[in-house]
Write a protein that binds this ligand. Structure first.
Ligand code: PEP
Ligand code: MG
Length: 317
């Protein structure tokens, strides 16, 4: 089976009825770029930059060290696009032992991701400058995690302007970037108008979107049986986000685990998704599903799944 899939590596992911589908890789380190290429990824849809910051015993990577790492990822992808997500620590990804010990009662609802970045603008500006500089070496997209409020969006974008101005003042080169937001809080999925006004593209983080929609800690085994990607409320938020982006001609991807699980490929295609980002090891199997799919048949079926009380039953689960 694996040998047969390997032959699909250079086959473009196109559905039977001719829709091109982008299969991108999720990576954690620049060294993962060759693995992504090997797996047939046509770009990186999610570079989880926090892994550069974790287990550093208090000394975070400075601007040059980050810039080198981002540039290595960009060059490693040999001209294909790389979406770099700004740091997403806290909750399930504590920065170090100190942050682990200081854990609050509800870390997933606490100072994580963009909230942590906005609480330390100097640290955040350092990362933004490093990403901007790497963008001079290839096609880079910037992705912001865990946004919910318009005020957070405006603060983030004005810090990005400030980072560009700092580089201008220093006479340092940087490149253009598309800027996108993760949709991973239900409040964000329900405020798409605001998000679409400010951002070039959106990426749906189903791992957190499921956690926050269903109030199920994604790391708590005792409630794992209730962590349901096919809950009608989750599907509705995912479907609306895809439909709104498609209607406005804005890019939209799914970069949570759902994107790499072949039991959801046909449903996501039927909902209009054309960009999937996943662990490199899942790309060829998802590509096989795409090659077998006919979106003309899947669209009506996806509407039935959306309207169902127990969508899992229509997916044979
Ligand atoms: C997600 O929440 O779906 C996601 C892709 O981000 P992470 O798993 O890193 O929180
Ligand atoms: Mg997330």
């Amino acid at each position: 089976e694996r040998g047969r899939l390997a032959r699909l590596r250079h086959t473009p992911a196109v559905t039977i009825d001719g829709h091109k589908v982008e299969l991108l890789a999720n990576i954690e380190m620049p060294e993962d770029a060759p693995t992504a290429l090997e797996a047939g990824a046509v770009g990186v849809g999610l570079f989880r930059s926090e892994f550069l910051f974790m287990n550093r015993r208090g000394r975070l990577p400075d601007e040059d060290e980050q810039y080198e790492a981002y540039r290595r990822a960009v060059e490693g992808m040999q001209g294909l696009p790389v979406t770099i997500r700004t740091i997403d620590v806290g909750a399930d990804k504590p920065l170090d032992d100190v942050q682990r010990e200081e854990a609050h009662l509800n870390p997933a609802l606490g100072l994580r991701a963009i909230r942590w970045s906005l609480a330390d603008p100097a640290m955040f500006l350092t990362q933004l400058r490093a990403v901007l500089r790497a963008a001079a070496y290839g096609k880079v997209n910037l992705l912001i995690p865990m946004l919910a409020h318009a005020s957070e969006i405006r603060q983030t974008l004005s810090l990005l302007d400030f980072a560009r101005a700092e580089l201008d003042n220093r006479g340092v080169a940087y490149g253009p970037m598309q800027v996108g937001a993760m949709i991973e809080i239900p409040a964000a999925a329900l405020s798409l108008r605001t998000f679409l006004r400010y951002f070039d593209f959106l990426s749906i983080g189903t791992n957190d979107l499921i956690q926050y929609t269903l109030a199920i800690d994604r790391a708590d085994e005792s409630v794992a049986h209730l962590y349901d990607p096919l809950h009608p409320a989750v599907l509705q938020l995912v479907a609306q986000t895809i439909a709104e982006c498609n209607a406005q001609g804005k890019g939209v991807s799914v970069c949570g685990e759902m994107a790499g699980d072949i039991s959801f490929t046909r449903l996501l295609l039927g909902l209009g998704l054309r960009t999937f980002s996943m662990h490199p090891a899942q790309i060829l199997a998802v590509k096989q599903e795409v090659l077998r799919a006919d979106t003309r048949r899947l669209e009506g079926w996806a509407k039935e799944v959306l309207a169902s009380e127990e969508p899992g039953k229509l997916l044979g689960q």
